[in-house]
Every structure is written in structure tokens, then in C-alpha cells.
Write a protein that binds this ligand. Sequence first.
Ligand code: 8YV
Length: 337
Amino acid sequence: MHKKRIVALRRLKDSHLQRLHEAFQVDYFEEPELQPEAVATALRQAHGLIGGKLQVSSALLDEAPQLEVIATISVGYDNLPVAELSRRGILLTNTPDVLTETTADTGFMLIMASARRLVELANMVREGRWTQHVGEPHFGSNVHGKTLGLVGLGRIGRAIARRALGFDMRVLYSNASPKPELEGEWGLERRSFEQLLAESDFVCLTVPLTEQTEHLLGYEQCRAMRRSAFLINIARGRVVDEAGLIRALEERLIAGAGLDVFEREPLQESPLLRMENVVTLPHIGSATHETREAMANRAVENICQALRGERPRDLVNPEARPNGFPAAQQEQSLDAQ
Ligand code: 8YV
């Protein structure tokens, strides 16, 4: 049978490529930025696109008339034009669930590292500057028993809350919808965003980047936080107005920050890099061997399902197929019998 064609971008493991080759004709580009023209040529005939950090413009979609599905190897899809894909009938899938616990680990690691000044003090040892017993100038802050404010309470927010409860923390959250079950069972307390800023020792951002959350937190919001509080961002860089955060840190309006994401990545030439009280990570929320493998598996499953004509498991935009999926319709008609 004639195999459909797909374009695969950025370092996939042999096992994933093998699965893709079994089902499709695959054009694979490990470093697509080095061969943009070859990628564009391959996309002209492609039915599917799979990969991480995808950048897809209208012009590129115009040149890819056969495209049926984009399977991003990430949970976030703020880098993709969802409404336009839906209008064009192109399915979009992501990789939720499998990265939840790892990303929550990253969030909690940043809470601990910021509070206990992990990077600053580890560097002191490494650079031979540990010459006497550590005294008050190098003391950190407790994490256990403190108040954590989660901005957003989706899967990752909830996984961080679970960790925090194990540290006897009080957990506040601000979220568009209340989560009464978590208030009852876990004792979480809902607050307005402003109130959460005022009460938290750690403010942790876990919201997706949308028009509503872009620059949600800047100078004024830092000013509303406690001077002893830390900001943790594992969401997206643009949820924070970075210039405002830098100013607030320079003015010591907050105690420090733990940041995995930035407005411009890779982060270079930023005052944040010179601040002892800021822990900067290179966007590694989900970057473990196990989790990246699971994410790629999930994206491979999604693209296979979509190109078989089935509803993919992690479909982001069902509106792209207003008439549904043949397989689902079949199930429905069986149910009706
Ligand atoms: C990925 C992420 O590292 O899943 C996400 O949304 O931010 C990360 O897990 C990144 O998007 C690369 O694909």
C-alpha cells in the first residue's frame, strides 16, 4: 500500500524513527534550522509533521497543501497557530500527562534551590571560596511550613501541590475555575491572583501562555509580593514581563527567583545571569531521559492515529474536524444499536 509522507524534525531516537518508517515515508531533519529549504520542500508533499519546538507560519502552511496533522513533542503549543490550523482542517496533537511529574519535580527543585541558595553556595565550594564556616550572610530560608502560591492549577500545578503538602506547606492557588475537590481533600485554598501574591512565600507560575496570561507578572506584581518571597517560573517566559522582574530584583522587592523559562531562549546577555539570588535553568522542565522518551512515544502514537483517520488521543483542536472522525462515528453507531 502507498505510504503517507511525514516530516520529522529534531533529534528523535532510532526506536521512534523506526516506528515512523514502518508506517510512513519519512523525511527526517535533525537540525532543521540548517536546512530550511530542504524542510520546506519536504513539507510540500507531507501529510504529517512531528517534532519539538515547531515554528509554523501561514506561508509555510500555504506551501504544505496535503498536511493533515502536526504532532508537537511538548505539552505547550503557544508556538503554533491553533485557530489557523483548525481553519485549514489540520489536526494538532500535544503530549500531556507524561511530563507532569517531571515538570513538577523541576518546579519543586527551583523552590528548594532558590530558598537554600543552592547554585550560589555550590559555586562557592567549587571555586575554592569556602574558607570558613558558613554564617548568617549565607543562610537560606525554610521551605517546609511555608506558603506556596500556585498560579494555575492544571495537571502540573496539582502535582506541585502534592509535593508541597509532603513538605507541610500551606498551598494557595489562583485559577479561573475553583477546584472544590482539592480544597476539600487536600486543603488547598483559592485566592484572587492579587491576594495570592500578598500571602505567598513562593509564587509558582504554572499557567499556559495565552493572550490572557502574557505578562501576567511584572514589576507591579512583584511589588505586591512579600520582600522575603521567591518567584518560580516553569510555565513560559512571556508569562513574566522580564524587564519588570529584573527591575524588581534590582530593587530587592522580592528575595529571588527560580526560572526555567525566559522571554528569549536561549537566554544570553541578561542581568539575570549576574544575580546571585536568581537560579536560571535552560528550559529543562521535562528534560529527563525517561520523560522525553515518553513524550516522543506519545507524539508518534498521535501522528499514527491521525494519519490512520482515527481521532488521535491528544487532540488539541477537535474543531478542525467539525464532522468528527470515521472511527468515532462507527463506534457511536455501534453504541446506538
Ligand atoms: C519541551 C515544554 O521542552 O512540553 C512543553 O511544553 O516546554 C517542554 O517540555 C519543549 O517544548 C521542547 O519540545
